[in-house]
Design a protein around this ligand. Structure first.
Ligand SMILES: [Fe+2]
Ligand SMILES: [Fe+2]
Length: 394
């Protein structure tokens, strides 16, 4: 391992094989990710699977996951969470079909500790998912401490749920738990990062001195709790890591760029950081609207009590032009005639819309515009179909 030849490994998470989201899509996404990871050069040393591999936690679902995972040319090390365990009386099916509940993996220059942070908390307040929550029992704390203490090199921890402070507690499954002690343990061992899933979104934070890298769902869905579907489609993907003793670098490989079989025909770009702020995602894919002729732009604005005084648009920095009010009801609608004589030669532009309220408050929206660009190649958004799913899933 060196700066020019770093350790490469991958992470998949929240695959949700099973009947809750979209069974066919979950399985095909896993197949795609494993095939593509297997074709990356240099080949990743391993894949870390950070739980919610299945949805109902039944033996049949775990069997399906194991059958699909068996095709991976790269070794997979997995940890379970509630969705992987709550369908059976005990953890026997997981241990027989997937592996141990927690383990350490020594990669060149890096020990990865995978710990099952989600379990039934019968002795704790029930706050979500019928008593399941994130916590590390004294026994698990001692085991993690031992694994980190005896690591021959740098250390990384993988678990399911990120540990994020909110108000005077911690977010979601770590609320009313021993999150502070766990963070303290990780900080004392100076781990390179804590990598997690569960949120079905990408993000990165520094919490109490611990770098937490969260990875979006391979299933391509995010639970939002809103009927009738209780979730909405997101772009699936997996994460790559490169570690070179100096730095742990990471990249979200977006599933909307996939091909089957994997051939990497298209480039991917992701705007990930703006200063210290991670831009999140997976986001809707940016597909510029191509403009070849005069057309009408319609913007809609909404404000309660204080009226919208003006809506303006701009494709050139600092040059705002007023839109015309076309409808005033519960919301207002504003129109602009886009004139090709003014747009011609602009190429790719960000089209801005700005609404100014009578009290000076401002709202913005923006979209990509491509004016008369030859030979542009656009990705088609995958057609997601929904087959059900009403259980809380994260
Ligand atoms: Fe989860
Ligand atoms: Fe999940």
């Amino acid at each position: 391992m060196s700066e020019t030849n770093p350790l490469i490994f991958a992470q998949i998470t929240d695959i949700h094989i099973g009947h809750y989201f979209n069974p066919q899509e979950a399985a095909s996404n896993l197949r795609w990710a494993l095939r593509e990871i297997g074709q990356i050069e240099p080949q990743p040393a391993c894949i870390l699977a950070t739980a919610d591999l299945v949805s109902g936690g039944t033996e049949a679902e775990l069997e399906e996951y194991a059958r699909l995972a068996a095709d991976s040319p790269v070794p997979i090390y997995a940890l379970p969470a509630n969705h992987d365990l709550w369908g059976e009386q005990d953890t026997g099916a997981w241990e027989r079909l997937v592996g141990p509940l927690r383990c350490s993996v020594d990669l060149p220059g890096l020990r990865v500790v995978l710990v099952d942070d989600v379990s039934r908390r019968r002795d704790q307040p029930v706050h979500n998912n019928e008593g399941w929550g994130a916590w590390l029992s004294p026994e698990k704390m001692a085991w993690v401490d031992e694994q980190l203490s005896t690591a021959p090199a740098a250390k990384l921890v993988a678990q399911h749920v990120p540990i994020l402070p909110i108000a005077d507690s911690f977010h979601n499954a770590w609320a009313d738990s021993n999150a502070s002690e766990v963070l303290d343990l990780y900080r004392r061992h100076n781990i390179a990062a804590l990598i997690t899933g569960h949120w079905h979104r990408n993000n990165e934070w520094k919490v109490a001195g611990v770098r937490i890298i969260n990875t979006g769902a391979l299933c391509g869905w995010q639970y939002d709790g809103i009927p009738p579907h209780h979730c909405f489609p997101t772009r699936p993907g997996y994460r790559l890591f490169a570690y070179d003793n100096e730095a742990l670098r990471t990249f979200w490989r977006d599933g909307s760029y996939w091909t089957s079989p994997p051939s990497f025909p298209d480039p991917q770009v992701t705007l990930e950081w703006i200063g210290p702020v991670h831009t999140g995602g997976p986001r809707p894919q940016v597909q510029p609207v191509e403009v070849y002729a005069n057309c009408t732009l319609v913007a809609k604005a909404f404000s309660v009590e204080t009226e919208i005084a003006e809506v303006a648009w701009s494709a050139v920095r600092g040059q705002w032009q007023r839109a015309t009010l076309a409808y005033q009801g519960l919301w207002s609608e504003w129109k602009v005639e886009l004139d090709m004589d003014r747009l011609r030669g602009m190429g790719e532009q960000t089209l801005w819309v700005r609404a100014t309220r009578a009290d000076g408050q401002i709202a913005y929206d923006a979209f990509m515009l491509a004016v008369e660009l030859p030979h542009r190649r656009f990705h088609a958004l995958r057609q997601n179909t929904f087959h059900g799913g009403k259980r809380p899933l994260n």
